[in-house]
Design a protein around this ligand. Sequence first.
Ligand code: C2E
Ligand code: MG
Ligand code: MG
Ligand code: MG
Length: 279
Amino acid sequence: FAKNQSELPYAIFNDDMLAENMLRLELGSQLRHSLERDELTLLYQPMIQMCDGTTAGFEALLRWEHPEHGTVSPNTFIPIAESNGLIIEIGRWVLRKACQQAIQWQAEYGRPIMISVNVSVRQLSSSGFVEAVTETLRETQLQPECLKLEVTESFLMQDPESTIELLHQLRRIGLTIGIDDFGTGYSSLSYLHRMPLDILKVDRSFVESMFDSEKNASLIRSILALAKSLELNVVAEGVETQAQLQRLQDLGCHFVQGFYFSHPVKPEAASDLINHRWL
Ligand code: C2E
Ligand code: MG
Ligand code: MG
Ligand code: MG
């Protein structure tokens, strides 16, 4: 709130804001029960390996099947879960569920399937996170190499020194670490250089605008060059057209993900995509 209310040119709350805040409060308290009521689910979007067109793995994406509001997007409820602390419990559930799914696919299809799990910074920096991951891997028997954690670039840079230490711990366990939404978070190059990362995920906005101008196309080229010098593999997310795929292939991008191949789908539908040849 502004210190001096008279500086405000209009009322603090209008009806829309009031409704939005009510909904937020309502969702926040209902979210507490979503786990026990079995309303959270994971969808899976395939990640395609460019060199041979196979499915390298899946990204697990969370959904809340709300009894009245229908499917609620993680962009809506993850920030709520972060602010009321529920993200810890929800995050652990996501991790366990995704690892269980990966090990089940591996047993069925007889080859390693990579699973990517998004983790928010509040979860990552909570005490006992590394132990919880270790415990989940032990419990599910998933090889650590098959678990990738995706952390948003903007969050990685919030407290880089302690993040570097934490990522080292996770790396020692054997996990793969990816930096999500890359290009939107103002990374400091010196920190980036010191972060133990494996994968750089180019933000969708760069793929979307790659044909708008020569300048935009060269942005992606620069990101790929940067990744190469940091010895990171690159995933392009948000690939929606054949033309984008073609250009990313020419530029030497290692993995692609996007609606052009598949939307995030339920586990049963994802199973059918495991042996699909995409290219
Ligand atoms: P993200 O990790 O960057 O995931 C990519 C988002 O882009 C997903 O949205 C996905 O459905 C969408 N997407 C994939 N391909 C395309 C495409 O070709 N075109 C377009 N327009 N969109 C595409 P979604 O599932 O709504 O997730 C949004 C964000 O919510 C994620 O962004 C991630 O940051 C967060 N999130 C999702 N699941 C979890 C979770 O389990 N834990 C945490 N902490 N965050 C999560
Ligand atoms: Mg992600
Ligand atoms: Mg992303
Ligand atoms: Mg995102």
